[in-house]
Design a protein around this ligand. Structure first.
Ligand SMILES: NC(=O)c1ccc[n+]([C@@H]2O[C@H](COP(=O)([O-])OP(=O)(O)OC[C@H]3O[C@@H](n4cnc5c(N)ncnc54)[C@H](OP(=O)(O)O)[C@@H]3O)[C@@H](O)[C@H]2O)c1
Length: 391
């Protein structure tokens, strides 16, 4: 009996992998059809922008959502130039604003209403939740303004002498108390966008996805959503939360809908993401890095081509002069080598969007070993991550 067990298990595993690969190659209903309806949240730059261009190239009907109106407007033009047959509209919305989300819901309704037949509800084939911001400081640096990167302490494992406490361990309680509001505000800033905003935006797109023959919901998480990542603690926490929520949503939707959910975990991609860091100011007395709310033209839903904005954010290039990737005196640690291009990343996301089988996608693919390595040799994964971020 024991002799047959391992070959039998291998056979079943091979069959499972083969079936998954075969199904992953099968196009789902509605994919790659002219006029395929795609909504991209977080489309104004980076990966979302590339997704928009690649979907436009294949003739999709696109709704692009983000805060920076100038970027969205420009992107609509570029999409139309690269394929005049694509129908592209945008909606300015801050996903952390209930008012904006309500307006987005109305805009979607207008955009998807068939003028010739009021009863016909056009479905959304694909929704991609790509909006996100990052954090870039080690937690003790954030919490105690400690220069944790430049003051390495004696490692207890390499020295027999009693280790000297790190300077931040001596932070006076009064300083901790004074800094606390700033720290919690940073945590809220990040979770508001990366978790609350995406979950709330899901409520807006889900019903129309449910009307599609095979609606596909893609959530752009990160490799940091599967493993802790030095200097990216808050960010990693937010991305881990997305896995908990969207894995659950997949299970809940399965019995009653044809919506499939896929979480995408890219490694480092060459985008402006680091400019969005919520914790990139070392002085608690300086104003928050949150972008200002510029306008509030809460007019009802506009025409199909150019949906209006309830509140808009100025272009990040002008906003981020003081937010370049530095934390106080030292540069933000992170890999500069081997960054993925947003084009390659977007192409892989679209491949994942075209089937219904892939539940979790790693970019590059070999990152799929990370969860396995964490089970088998977690300390090794920690070491690799520390090396990558220079800690
Ligand atoms: N770059 C990487 O190394 C990397 C790696 C793994 C995963 N990711 C993930 O990929 C996604 C896209 O990031 P990216 O690298 O392409 O960075 P990016 O260029 O900064 O794009 C972020 C997008 O999110 C939008 N956004 C941010 N906050 C928003 C809000 N409150 N409401 C509406 N839209 C908002 C931004 O638009 P506005 O500012 O105009 O609102 C922008 O379009 C993020 O979820 C990120 O976590 C990135």
């Amino acid at each position: 009996m024991g002799h047959y067990l391992i070959p039998a298990l291998l056979l079943v595993a091979t069959g499972y992998v083969y079936r998954s690969l075969y199904k992953a190659g099968q196009l789902r209903a509605g994919a790659r059809q002219p006029g395929e309806v795609v909504v991209i949240l977080g489309a104004s730059s980076g990966i979302g922008r590339e997704l928009a261009l690649q979907y436009a190239q294949r003739g999709a009907r696109l709704l692009l959502v983000a805060r920076r109106q100038d970027r969205l407007r420009q992107l609509v033009q570029e999409c139309t130039q690269c394929n005049p047959l694509s129908q592209v509209a945008y909606q300015v919305a801050d996903l952390t604003s209930d008012t904006d989300l309500a307006q987005l819901s109305r805009a979607l309704d207008t955009w998807l209403t068939d003028n010739d037949n009021d009863d016909k509800h056009t479905p959304i084939d694909t929704a991609i939740l790509c909006a996100g911001v990052i954090s870039v400081r080690p937690f003790v640096d954030l919490a105690y303004a400690a220069d944790s990167l430049t003051t390495p302490t004696t490692s207890p494992t390499t020295s027999t002498a009693t280790p000297k406490p790190s300077p931040w361990c001596l932070t006076p309680p009064t300083l901790i108390q004074a800094r606390l509001p700033w720290v919690t505000a940073r945590v809220r800033d990040l979770l508001n966008t990366n978790v609350t905003g995406l979950v709330a935006a899901t409520t807006v797109v889900l019903p129309r996805l449910g009307l599609a023959p095979a609606g596909r919901l893609l959530v752009v998480s990160s490799a940091a959503g599967k493993s802790g990542t030095p200097t990216r603690g808050l960010y990693a926490a937010s991305k881990h939360a997305l896995h908990g929520f969207f894995d659950t949503l997949r299970m809940e939707l399965a019995p009653t809908t044809r919506i499939s959910v896929c979480l995408v975990c890219p490694s480092t991609v060459d985008t402006e993401l680091r400019n969005t860091a919520v914790d990139n100011q070392s002085d608690p007395n300086r104003p928050s890095s949150s972008p200002p709310n510029i306008s509030a033209t809460a007019e009802p839903v506009p025409n199909r081509q150019t949906l209006e904005e309830p509140s808009a954010r100025a272009d990040s290039d002008s906003q981020t002069t003081g937010l370049m990737p530095t934390t106080g005196s030292h540069p933000v640690p992170g890999s500069k080598r081997g960054k993925l291009s947003p084009q390659a990343c977007a192409a892989r996301i679209i491949r994942a969007a075209d089937n219904t089988v892939e539940r979790e996608v790693y970019i590059p693919g070999y990152f799929a070993v990370v969860p396995w390595l964490q089970l088998i040799c977690p300390a090794f994964v920690d070491r690799l991550a520390r090396q990558k971020y220079g800690m």
